[in-house]
Design a protein around this ligand. Structure first.
Ligand code: 8YV
Length: 325
């Protein structure tokens, strides 16, 4: 008997086909996100659940899981949608798909770092509106990227990939992290470490949020922290919406206390507050940081390797629980 694997969303065809070859895989062809009842049903029947960021797997749901559920092999790098402590308590292993989406997410981060100060989305809207009256010396002026200070909050794989790109655009790299990165990395990036986030924020031109969403980073960029940013600063977030106080951000942008923001993630996706949507100095993306065909295939491959390794009785390469708790 092949193990029962339930996929909560539609994955790339190649990943799904391979999963059907290897496992008794139940697919979600129409890709409608599971509601709570469907998720509960899946947790009661599956040997392995393959969820995504759109599934909230909290402690109550984990409590309802059947005894056969031994692995949650999440399709994605972030694991904030899963209650890891509850999973560990119940003896369920959790894996994710890190690494393969770092470069893609860094590309989108860099695109936002360029788009907001240089007003690219505004320019696109003007060009397409048919109302552009032609070049003028003072038309659509933005701010220069070269020579600016970039403060990266979270210097993991994605943060470092952003830093590498930003170096190419002539920015100086600053970062806040739980610990400094390896000296060789700091030297390569000519990066300055700030153990005190508030001190760093006061001095940055652009801040990019690239840390994982955990208890420690939830609301990290609170109203008080955001207020430390200079009024000419820009904020970019491609990590998780809940790291930034979204309403405070909207208010500060509207009041001119911040120059602009580029966001790919939101507190309560897919809801994007009108207070943000109506602002011109904001570029909003629909959580597409890792949305490349190549990346999705690599994520699918990782999920399969994690499942197969686990079923073979070995430690899956991307084990988050119990390893990291
Ligand atoms: C993924 C992400 O597309 O991997 C992550 O943590 O935020 C996204 O870029 C998504 O999580 C897929 O589940």
């Amino acid at each position: 008997m092949k193990p029962k694997i339930i996929l909560s969303r539609k994955l790339p065809d190649s990943s799904e086909t391979r999963m059907r070859e290897l496992f008794d895989a139940e697919l979600n062809d129409d890709d409608t996100p599971f509601n709570r009842d469907q998720l509960t049903d899946a947790m009661r029947r599956a040997d392995v659940l393959v969820p995504t960021v759109t599934d909230r797997i909290d402690a109550d749901l984990i409590e309802l899981a059947g005894p056969q559920l031994k692995l949650i092999a999440s399709f994605g790098a972030g694991v904030d949608h899963i209650d890891l402590v509850a999973a560990k308590k119940k003896g369920i292993t959790v894996t994710n798909t890190p690494g393969v989406l770092s470069e893609d997410t860094a590309d989108v981060t860099m695109a936002l770092i360029l788009s907001v100060p240089r007003r690219l989305a505004e320019g696109d809207r003007l060009a397409k509106s048919g109302k552009w009256s032609g070049w003028s010396p003072t038309g659509m002026l933005g701010h220069r990227i070269n020579g600016k200070r970039l403060g990266i909050v979270g210097m993991g794989q994605i943060g470092q990939a952003v830093a590498r790109r930003a170096r190419g655009f002539g920015m100086s790299i600053h970062y806040h992290n739980r610990n400094p990165v390896l000296e060789a990395v700091e030297t390569e990036l000519e990066a300055t470490y700030w153990d005190d986030l508030s001190q760093m924020l006061r001095r940055m031109d652009i801040v990019s949020v690239n840390c994982p969403y955990t208890h420690a980073t939830k609301g990290l960029l609170s109203r008080e922290m955001l207020a430390l940013l200079p009024a000419h600063a820009y904020l970019v977030n491609t990590s998780r919406g809940g790291i930034v106080d979204q309403s405070a951000l909207g208010e500060m942008l509207a009041e001119g206390l911040l120059a602009g923001a580029g966001l790919d993630v939101y507190e309560d996706e897919p809801d994007i507050p009108k207070s943000l949507r109506q602002l011109d100095n904001v570029v909003l993306l629909p959580h597409i940081g890792s949305a490349t065909i190549e990346g999705r295939h690599a994520m699918g491959d990782k999920v399969i390797i994690n499942i197969q390794t686990f079923l073979d009785g070995h430690t899956p390469p991307d084990r988050v629980v119990p390893a990291m708790l």
